[in-house]
Design a protein around this ligand. Sequence first.
Ligand code: 6CS
Length: 283
Amino acid sequence: MKKLGILAGVAGLAVSTMLLASGAHSADDAKLEQLKQQGFARVAIANEPPYTAVAADGKVSGAAPDVAREIFKRLGVNDIVASISEYGAMIPGLQAGRFDVVTAGLFMKPERCAAVAYSEPVLCDAEALLVKKGNPKGFKSYADIAKDTSATIGAPGGGTEEKLALNAGVPRDRVVVVPDGQSGLKMVQDGRIDAYSLPVLSINDLVKKANDPNLEVIAPVQGAPVYCDGAAFKKGDEALRDAYDVELAKMKKSGEFAKIIEPYGFSAAAAMSTTREKLCSAK
Ligand code: 6CS
């Protein structure tokens, strides 16, 4: 597969060069042509259900990849090939050409909007805290964790929750970088951290699968905004992003978008109630 991938990539590059030389297409269209030749789009995911998930047999699912797979099919790119990445490494990986797009629930925020070309909104969610049953330290917000000098919080490296905790005043040495949901759950269960923070739907998925009566979910985290992600493209691939948005808009209008994301617990109306422009200019 790898050799095939390299050959396909070289062939794609040759097609792109021909297209550019002919002047018939902009550099951006060449990107879509290259993906069509490649036969798949390389997507970055985190393996954080229900946003993204990789089964034991390698099958990729989750609301974000499912939307992306359908849109790329409509653009003539037959499949997606996923790589698991930490949130903090997704944008550098995209910029370095390791992925063609990030479809992982990478929430739109001004600093990220400056670094990538986001599609219109796809998945929206509030933030949550996973704590021991009874919420012994009475956390309702990231500020509460900051105020309690003995409290520690776990969050994804380079993720939104890490940033929210630091911005609320939790010192760096009390914010623990946690590689994945299962680790975060275990660390709370073992008392190694006082709280673990992810978006509400991710925490709820973890708790449902853990089936542990000694856990409690605090949601939404007071003072934290509702975020929405979009598919994140490399700066310079705006025409591919625009083509993606055309198909996304059609699916939102036809109800096909809701059919994909709502079984995962996401609200199509929430994504359709806002725009990239609003989310990228949020204070
Ligand atoms: O965009 C982010 O940074 C966050 N998004 C998700 C879906 N999970 C955690 C992550 O920190």
